[in-house]
Design a protein around this ligand. Structure first.
Ligand SMILES: *Cc1c(COP(=O)(O)O)cnc(C)c1O
Length: 410
């Protein structure tokens, strides 16, 4: 037997899994079949409201849409957040459909000229990833006769401790090394572009409030130092994100009240009063709102181990198989939707239908003995799920997606 992560509080303790007031089979009938992702916008709205209550008033909250770029999700979330952050021309188009361009920023290495042009022509902010990209953006602005909105993504000289994915403190394809930033700021200011400030993103999936607090303080201080060195105020500083969610046994949620209180102090102490600050979150906002529902096709025994074979797999939900950014494979929380509180039987491995041993969604987990036709819920499927999975691998059908619940006005 191997432990599972905690079922999110929105779904824990139920007998029959209910999402936005209806049981799982209701949503499967509505969507037509499994495998199915169901995303509850009500949960996202609740989390955004809770985050706002915890964070200083002057802090803007952005959504990093690569976590879940479904157009209906974007339409629901856009009115609840102060900005959208995108990482490709495709995401930029989606964001511009639901948010005014001035509130959209575009980061990511390897932006092509047509992507730079789209951002500049529409008035989105480019977070520049290199001096070369800066020069291309300047040339495009000149050619279009448009003053580009440009910020500099900084490769910080520190990383986010305890984060699942480190994004700073080393040689990096992301951002411009801090030491080279002041010269580029001066170059941009000399050309008369709409200089927007800094974007500093130090890591992802951190659960420790202490680590986030330390990183945010270091980020605010770095932005102030860079602005001083360049002799210019930064109109806007994007402090990055990095708030994790509990996926695995022993994980606990981020103490956002502690983070918010500390950030308020940091901004009061070290923040520039003329600067607007933002955080950009993906996973924390949407990860817990999603449930992946997949039906048991076969139950079999092999050498004393029970396997429940489901109609989904890693081609839809790669992360649950442990093959997306984790070193050691650990179990996501999962449950049988009709028997969430039933006493468990012997350990069972839940495997997907792909012909590869990688496709293991639950490894020797403790569940009631699954039967053919049962639906397995895999939680924490709202972020980096379908769009972060190798959907074409092995030619199985795509998963369905259903957006449910109401995103209440803030
Ligand atoms: C992916 C990404 C995010 C969101 O990260 P989460 O861990 O999902 O919050 C924020 N900013 C940038 C630049 C990113 O690339």
């Amino acid at each position: 037997m191997k432990p599972m992560g905690p079922i999110p509080p929105y779904f824990a303790g139920q007998d029959v899994l209910t999402i936005a007031g209806h049981d799982a089979e209701h949503w499967i009938a509505q969507a037509g079949d499994t495998p199915l992702f169901v995303y509850d916008l009500g949960i996202v709205a609740e989390r955004i409201a809770r985050l706002r209550a915890a964070m200083p008033d002057r802090l803007a909250i952005h959504y990093a849409i690569k976590a879940n770029p479904h157009p209906e999700m974007l339409a629901g979330i856009a009115p609840l957040v102060d900005g959208l952050d995108v990482a490709s021309g495709g995401e930029l188009e989606k964001a511009l459909a639901v948010k005014e361009a001035a509130l959209v920023s575009f980061a990511g290495p390897g932006k092509r000229d047509d992507e730079l042009e789209l951002a500049i022509a529409r008035g989105a902010t480019l977070n520049l990833e290199s001096e070369g990209e800066a020069e291309r953006a300047l040339a495009i602005g000149e050619r279009l006769g448009v003053r580009p909105r440009l910020a500099i993504r900084v490769n910080p000289d520190f990383d986010l401790k305890g984060s699942g994915m480190k994004m700073g403190g080393r040689a990096s394809p992301f951002g411009i090394d801090a030491a080279r930033v002041p010269a580029l700021v001066r170059r941009l200011l000399a050309t008369g572009v709409d200089w927007r400030g800094f974007h500093i993103y130090a890591g992802s999936q951190a659960l420790s409030a202490a680590a986030i607090i330390e990183t945010q303080a270091a980020t605010v201080a770095l932005a102030a130092r860079l602005a001083d060195a360049a002799g210019a105020r930064a109109p806007h500083v994007n402090l990055g994100g990095g708030f994790g969610i509990p996926y695995f046994a022993g994980d606990a949620p981020v103490d956002i009240a502690a983070v918010g209180a500390a950030l308020a102090e940091t901004l009061d102490r070290d923040g520039d009063t003329d600067t607007d600050y933002a955080i950009e979150l993906g996973r924390w906002l949407v990860g817990e709102c999603g449930v992946y529902l997949t039906r048991v096709i076969d139950v079999k025994q092999s050498q004393g181990e029970t396997f429940a074979v489901v109609d989904g797999g890693l081609h839809h939900q790669l992360a649950a198989s442990g093959n997306f950014g984790t070193v050691v494979r650990r179990n996501y929380p999962l449950a049988l939707v009709d028997r969430m509180n039933e006493a468990p039987g012997d350990p069972v491995s839940v495997v997907g239908s792909l012909c590869t041993p990688l496709d293991r969604l639950g490894d020797k987990v403790v569940l009631p003995l699954p039967r053919v036709g049962d639906v397995v819920a895999i939680f924490l499927a709202g972020a980096y799920g379908l769009t972060a999975s190798p959907g074409l691998f092995l030619g199985h059908p795509a998963a369905r997606e259903l957006i449910v619940g109401v995103a209440a006005e803030r």
